[in-house]
Ligand binder design. Structure first.
Ligand SMILES: [Cu+2]
Length: 162
């Protein structure tokens, strides 16, 4: 009788945890992994980009306004192979869907002076890992609960025998 009580409590707890996890997944995924339209203004001048580190999420549509503060500069994004350029007063523009995750460098694609090769920055496209993390957590919880139940059963059996 005691064993059955313990088992039913464990099962109720497991079901509760799984339900909570599923609800959290719903809330988190609907909040932050929904693709968004991102507008970014990038300023270029000898020999840097501002900002030079950009973070977005996979699936986002990125719209870039590229502004030059001094001479003719370019913006080329590795991995996505997209390019634009700007002169003072003549902004460049660029739009793409971030469908590849990873860290991509962007650099100036117009020779603009001595340190032109060092004019670079990074775009990080974050993968939508949140759901996977929760999936793994549920799996982990399920597995540990299973092992725990098996352990309890074994112990009960031993006690019964002894
Ligand atoms: Cu440049």
């Amino acid at each position: 009788m005691r064993r059955k009580n313990i088992l039913s409590i464990i099962i109720i707890v497991i079901v509760g945890i799984i339900m909570l996890a599923l609800i959290s997944v719903q809330i988190i995924s609907s909040r932050s992994t929904e693709p968004q339209e991102i507008f970014i203004e990038i300023n270029a001048r000898k020999f840097s980009f501002t900002p030079n580190i950009i973070k977005i999420n996979k699936g986002d549509t990125v719209k870039i306004r590229f502004i030059s503060e001094d001479v003719h500069h370019g913006f080329f994004l590795d991995g996505y192979q997209v390019n634009t350029s700007a002169r003072p007063g003549q902004d460049g523009s660029l739009a793409f869907v971030a469908n590849k995750s990873g860290r991509f460098s962007f650099r100036c694609s117009v020779a603009c002076g001595v340190f032109h090769p060092y004019m670079a920055g990074y775009l990080t496209v974050e993968p939508n890992l949140r759901f996977n993390i929760f999936g793994l957590m549920i799996l982990f919880l399920g597995l540990t609960s299973f092992l725990f139940i098996t352990f309890l059963e074994r112990r009960e059996q031993k006690n019964g025998q002894g």
